[in-house]
Design a protein around this ligand. Sequence first.
Ligand SMILES: [Fe+2]
Length: 279
Amino acid sequence: MTLTAVQARAYLHHLAIESSNPERLAKFYAVAMDMDAEQVSDTEWRAEGPRRHILAVKGKDKTLRFAGFAVKDSDSLAGLKAHVEAQGVEVLDSPSPYFETGAFALRDPDGNLICFGLAKPDKGHSKGRHGPVQHLTLASTDVRAMMEFYTGKLGFQLTDTVMDEGDEMKTFFSTSNHEHHTLACFQTSVQGIDHHSYEVGQWTHIRDFCDHWASNDIKIVWGPGRHGPGNNLFAFINDPDGNKIEISAELEVIHDRDAGVWPQAEKTLNLWGKGIIRT
Ligand SMILES: [Fe+2]
């Protein structure tokens, strides 16, 4: 039996981000995102909180080492693996320490390493602010190829696209479960990560995070606002390496609808005000 990413109920579980200074990066996440930072080797630190895990690994700043999507159960994992193999995608070993044996990985057209597996039990990070890591937004010079890979080869569901006046795709949003997007991608002149997001659920939790950041002298760089696609409320900060971190609430829950099309316009990015159009 083969299963798409949606049928496997995949959800973003963790990210491994390269940094020239993993200790500084992990300690920033510990403060900003209410996590615990721990050194695990000379080249790796981890920041962990309730339903959020960030690996900070020695390397090039603002570079994704890998992303980890967990699936519902072992049948889902086997079905998804069979699906991607049937699509001709090369299956690799997963490097993720957060997945049980049997996890696998693959590379998207830009070379991003995406892992799928069964999450190991959380190590007791049940306390702390609510805010599971929820979506990854990539940047690519060929967003259409990325859309075709994630929806066509992996079975993510396309939920919205942003098109410019020349009918060129500028952004796509896709999901692997009920959330409006778990994986999105912007067309840009450079490829890599655009941002990653934590879904706090309610507006008041965004307020609380903003107060928490203020008390730690961390400035908001964009927002609060509300995105068009996904209709989610948001606020953004930057980590010390320049990675963009989003706090989101009220992200649309997808039941059953066709993919929407939005114009490449400031209001698509922020219904309330200033939009940051990627170039
Ligand atoms: Fe986002």
